[in-house]
Design a protein around this ligand. Sequence first.
Ligand SMILES: Nc1ncnc2c1ncn2[C@@H]1O[C@H](COP(=O)(O)OP(=O)(O)OP(=O)(O)O)[C@@H](O)[C@H]1O
Length: 272
Amino acid sequence: MAKTDVRVDTWDACVDFPIFDAKTRSLKKAVIGAAGGVIGANDSRTVVVEALRDINLHLEHGARVGLVGHNGAGKSTLLRLLSGIYEPTRGSCRVQGRVAPVFDLGVGMDPEISGYENIIIRGMFLGMTRKAMEAKTAEIAEFSELGDYLEMPLRTYSTGMRVRLALGVVTSIDPEILILDEGIGAVDAEFMKKARARLQALVERSGILVFASHSNEFLAQLCDRALWIDHGQIRKDGGIEEVVHAYQGEEAAAQVRKVLAEHDDKRPGGRA
Ligand SMILES: Nc1ncnc2c1ncn2[C@@H]1O[C@H](COP(=O)(O)OP(=O)(O)OP(=O)(O)O)[C@@H](O)[C@H]1O
């Protein structure tokens, strides 16, 4: 697909979750808590969680968008909507381009087959062809430093070894639209240092990135724009520093500025 054709659009998109085993009688009308989406009831008196409400989002090739917001704000639901896992209950959502959803590093891995075979399968799960993955196998093997273990079934790996393999695969793909949930940040620090450079390169060759995280440092490294999601709605859309400032205040914004400045220094033509 041509770069200009890769895009994501939503028009007044809403996602409701009906909860059939909850009682409406004990609910106050449209409850808003500190965490979670708005809880209400629909016309047939079924309890519904309004996870997303009236989302209007228009992203083009080159967009690097971070999602911030409280627990249960709707960030993961938005990522799932953009990945085609959820349909909007009302409104619409159109995604043009090959989507690579990375919610859980381990998803799509089979414990009974070897590391090598898992590289191919997981890559195909993320939209790559078998041939493209075969061409990347040697490089992924080198990055993961798993040596002969790659011939062994995945069930013989420790958790950290699985993460190495999964990160190797995820960072080797060429997605048009990359949807990242924050789980990816939770790996051992030493290995993550090495993985971050690959993650940054992955983001740079992706057409569009949407990344949900509670780590401002990580967000500032990968994104230049942010959306503050609050009880299912977009409360603010703007530069990452501006949005983090509105959401968490000056101290958090200062941390973002610091990361952005360090990042600038490392770019070709940067100050360092
Ligand atoms: N499968 C589901 N069934 C019912 N309610 C759901 C489901 N998934 C999410 N929700 C509700 O939708 C709302 C948004 O949840 P979501 O997981 O999108 O939040 P989040 O911003 O990703 O939160 P966190 O930062 O805690 O991961 C919450 O109120 C949650 O309870």
